[in-house]
Design a protein around this ligand. Structure first.
Ligand SMILES: Cc1cc2nc3c(=O)[nH]c(=O)nc-3n(C[C@H](O)[C@H](O)[C@H](O)COP(=O)(O)O)c2cc1C
Length: 340
């Protein structure tokens, strides 16, 4: 898989997710086999870049290359300027968000709402591609609603405007996250354009990834929600795509070490107060994935008021899980989708 000058180590990439794909999570997923990991979306309105949220979203220190910054906005010149500034700050790929279902981001119509206006899409893509000398990629949904599935037309515009790769979530904006993703439109898009296409939506393991790749002919898959509390999914999907067989079980001790290192990275990135809050979200997911969410454990993990107490709780419960204690389990490994 090639995006501009970058040869990706894997065609299985992390989906951009606001509130999730911060630098610690991106670094973790890349280390565990994600071929690419875009930042959370950053508004093109540079006046908002002074907030700590935006500053954190622009922090890429120590992140493996290529560093991808996702921009959201509706004004072609503002997006072009935001792209230029981010490249000057070290972005190596600019990704444009036309997939987010929120009606307004920062008071402006953007994300998938733009798909309704094809001439505007073309103006934005042309302006951003012209503004920077790094690859520009695009993330879309299949269309606005089931009566306006214009993903193929948008993809053709993207290719004509010089977009280097396209990610397509197999739902319309009106679907939000309801129902199942459909892949027929992604297949039609792949048949129409020559640029690399990532299929996205409901991919939760190697088997599904293989099926979606075979059906759509896409060049890669993009995984979002299935990575919550399971960053090792990239290693598993890579293995299954390469070897054609399910991945060997991950050792429980290895999963525990990944979780503890993730907590550490979150604490040092956000500091004490925000750190404990952000880590709580990930711990909730890890707990749900691995410990089966026993109520007392969950409340102890969720209730910890500072990073030291939270880390100590995590260490205790995941240690017990490794030794097969309170959380049961006769084996010391687990596969995706449940304990072995
Ligand atoms: C919490 C959350 C935040 C998201 N934020 C973004 C975003 O900032 N930019 C974007 O393009 N898509 C965003 N998405 C959409 C995902 O990138 C992805 O397209 C969607 O979740 C479908 O993939 P999945 O079924 O693998 O989760 C977000 C999704 C979730 C669940």
């Amino acid at each position: 898989m090639q995006i501009g000058p970058y040869s990706l180590p894997s065609p299985v990439v992390l989906a951009p997710m606001a509130g999730v794909t911060d630098r610690p999570f991106r670094v973790l997923c890349r280390r565990l086999g994600a071929g690419l990991a875009a930042s959370e979306m950053l508004t093109s309105d540079t006046r908002l870049w002074t907030t700590s949220k935006s500053r954190q979203r622009m922090n890429h220190e120590g992140e493996p290359e290529p560093r991808v910054v996702q921009l959201a906005g509706a004004d072609s010149e503002a997006l072009a300027e935001a792209a230029r500034l981010n490249v000057a700050l070290g972005a190596q790929i600019i990704d444009l968000n036309m997939g987010c279902p929120a009606k307004k981001v920062c008071g402006k119509l953007c994300g998938s709402a733009l798909l309704k206006d094809e001439p505007l899409v073309a103006r934005i893509l042309e302006a951003v591609v012209r503004a920077v000398d790094v690859p520009v990629t695009l993330k879309i949904r299949t269309g606005w609603d089931p009566s306006r599935v214009n993903g193929v037309e948008i993809a053709a515009i993207a290719e004509r405007c010089g977009i280097a790769a396209l990610a397509v979530h197999g739902r319309t904006r009106a679907d939000f996250y309801a129902g199942a993703a459909e892949y027929a439109t992604i297949r039609a898009i792949k048949a129409r354009v020559r640029i690399p296409v990532f299929a996205n939506g409901d991919i939760d393991g190697g088997k599904k990834a293989r099926e979606v790749l075979d059906f759509t002919g896409a060049d890669g898959v993009m995984i979002g929600r299935a990575s919550h509390g399971a960053p090792w999914i990239f290693r598993a999907v890579n293995h299954e795509l390469r070897a054609g067989i399910a991945t060997p079980a991950l050792q429980r001790s290895e999963a525990r070490d990944i979780i503890l290192a993730h907590l550490d990275a979150v604490y040092s990135f956000y500091g004490e107060d925000t750190g404990v809050r952000i880590a709580r979200k990930h711990l909730g997911w890890y707990c749900g994935q691995l410990l089966g969410e026993p109520a007392p454990v969950r409340s102890q993990l969720m209730g910890a008021a500072n990073t030291a107490a939270q880390f100590a709780q995590a260490l205790k419960h995941f240690d017990e899980w490794v030794s097969g204690g309170r959380h049961g389990g006769l084996t010391n490994g687990f596969s995706l989708g449940g304990l072995t």
